[in-house]
Design a protein. Structure first.
Length: 321
């Protein structure tokens, strides 16, 4: 399975990478389960006997599609497996090493595996969960799973991947706001304050003469004393998280969820600014699409009017200079 890894920072501030399991890292996965405390903690798993545990991991590698979460300091700290049940449905197993739980690793593993299941053509992912395991139920519900039934001390959590089709097919360019107020590095901060007071925006992309994104400045950057007489380059954030216009809405949603950002500058392959995407743009897309569906429309709905917090009634080329 040739799939690019996902890298993120856990809530503990630790870099983590999610990537497909291969033979070279199978021993690391086994080590995670052999040191899992307590063993036999979920449906008798991981198995108590070391040889049984090794056979179990080997069976998962043979029968399923497996992803691991890798920590630079602690090796394999999480695992998710997808196991086919029917051509359209698969079962998911998720485990995070106890000392790394409650750090967001489980959520990222589930998100990544659901996206993978969708790309592999499954329409439903099923994850039976112990009724008392509220932590796992919360993780699954965050990603879009819902309870389908209970019995025998477990609740069947499932997600219908039809809900993934629109975000997977929708490009960021279709719903972004192309009307962007921007700033130069040399823009005086006092001018930024005036713009923030006059427009319903929370952040401004900072560009150079070629419209390359070189930073971003928010209202929060300006509220510290002594900053009014400075320039934008002195207060802006230089390491800017951007998104490509041709990326899927699903990727944007993952960034908003995992990075806790309010808006994303949208760029082309040369990092030139094309627009901006805010959370309200996504909500507007959903609302517009929902109206079209309720009206029985079978055609692709046109992009909704932009109501993002970064929107202002300005021409596409307006800048602050």
């Amino acid at each position: 399975m040739d799939r690019p890894p996902l890298a993120f920072i856990s809530k503990a501030g630790e870099p983590v990478m999610v990537k497909p399991l291969d033979e070279a890292r199978a021993k690391r996965l086994l080590d995670m389960y052999l040191t899992y405390e307590p063993r036999n903690s979920f449906w008798g798993l991981p198995p108590l006997r070391d040889d049984a545990c090794a056979a179990w991991v080997e069976g998962m590698m043979k029968d399923g599609i497996n992803l691991i979460a890798l920590s630079f300091d602690h090796g394999v700290v999480g695992h998710v497996g997808l196991f086919p049940l029917t051509p359209d449905k698969c079962e998911m197993l998720v485990a995070v090493a106890p000392r790394h739980q409650n750090t967001g690793i489980g959520t990222e593993l589930v998100r990544y595996s659901v996206q993978l299941a969708y790309e592999l053509g499954y329409t439903n992912v099923w994850s039976p969960t112990e009724t008392h395991n509220m932590r796992m139920r919360h993780v699954l519900e965050k990603v879009g799973f819902s309870p389908q039934g209970t019995g025998g001390g477990e609740v069947d959590m499932a997600i219908d991947l039809d809900s993934y089709r629109d975000p997977a097919r929708t490009r960021v360019s279709e719903i972004m706001n192309p009307r962007v107020i921007t700033a130069f590095e040399t823009t005086p901060v006092r001018e930024l304050v005036d713009i923030f007071l006059k427009n319903p925006i929370g952040a401004l992309p900072v560009i150079n003469d070629q419209r390359d994104v070189v930073g971003i400045v928010s209202q929060t950057d300006l509220i510290l004393p002594g900053r009014l007489d400075r320039l934008t380059r002195d207060v802006m954030t230089h390491n800017v998280l951007t998104i490509c216009a041709e990326c899927s809405l699903n990727k944007a949603i993952r960034l908003f969820s995992g990075k806790k950002v309010r808006c994303l500058p949208v760029v082309d392959a040369n990092r030139r600014l094309l627009g901006v995407l805010g959370r309200k743009d996504i909500l507007a897309h959903y609302a517009h699409r929902g109206v079209a569906v309720r009206r029985g429309s079978r055609s692709q709905p046109s992009p909704p009017p932009h109501i993002a917090a970064t929107t202002a009634e300005t021409s596409p080329e307006q800048r602050i200079s």
